[in-house]
Ligand binder design. Sequence first.
Ligand code: SF4
Length: 374
Amino acid sequence: MLPRQIDRTRPLSLYIHVPFCRSKCDYCAFYSVPYSRAEDMVDRYMSILLSEIKALTDDWQQPFASIFIGGGNPGMLGYSRILEILKAASVNGRAEECTIELNPENVTEEIETFSGYLTRISVGIQSMDEDVLRALGRNASADDNERALSILSSSRYDFNADIMTAVPGFTAETTLRDIERTVSYDPDHISLYCLTFEEGTPLVSRARPIGEEKEREALIASWRLLSKLGYTHYEVSNFARSGKECIHNKVYWNLGQYIGFGPGAESSIGYSTVLSMRENETLEEYIRKPELTCYPLSGSEAEEEVLLTSLRTIYGIGKEEYRARFGKDFDETYSSRIALLAPESYINSTDRFSLTESGFLTLDRIILEMAMAL
Ligand code: SF4
């Protein structure tokens, strides 16, 4: 089942894509289908997904390092189907971290059913302000968000809350109020994203981005507040209490090994040779016959992938690991490009290269600059 490029000496994580939502949010360009239009495909989706998980667990024979059930909105499957997935994925033992994304309206006291399998819940709050939620075309109301956070704060699970900033018509103060209100429920982890305008979404036809300068102001003010509230800014969009960083996301950002199941899910395996795989794009194709398209990454593509992912984190790129993986010296490869960067945007020590918060603000430009060395 597993391609020969898998490195059996390294951990493996599992991602499951659940492509159903109640309805489309106005800004969202992720692949998902409204549940009411796909109801007749759910049983088939489940049976294919469970058989993929079974084939993998039969072959891998060890617990996964981490499991992440994302969407879409996995809550649309209902708790009994979610439990089936969790049991199937944990057949070789419990993962150190097992996360599910839920929309606030799907968080109920019954989440305790998942204990023994699940360790973490990520909830898409986006805002605690009714007007912002309406502007984004979210299903959940501010009351739904309060109720979900209240259940999660007294549950046994770690939890993350997603917050969105840079929403047109609202100021940085709105985001600061959202952060304070959300943090009053004491989440272990917060993801803070700027609203992006994706072609073809309803949002694009009725609003315009707030502009780079205002976006920057909102980010700096939010980062400052989150730090004051005790969260470490460990990745460009992610903040955690001490020891509560998301293990699964760190696998992506380190170009670790993970297998993804479900429409459009990506996988990446190997170490020096990296094989990137993608399942069929749509639910219809997936339930007809799940198929993996494989792309072996060339050396420079894998190096570029490391720039794109590792530079997002405060840990950056370990120079020894870079040499072990690519057989190249990091300083020799990049020193001429690093010399062109603003000195306050990075930390370049003997064993590591990483970006500062100032660097995070110009992350895309820095990655482009450094990729010119490849
Ligand atoms: S719930 Fe999430 S995945 Fe679904 S439409 Fe809204 S933002 Fe997109």
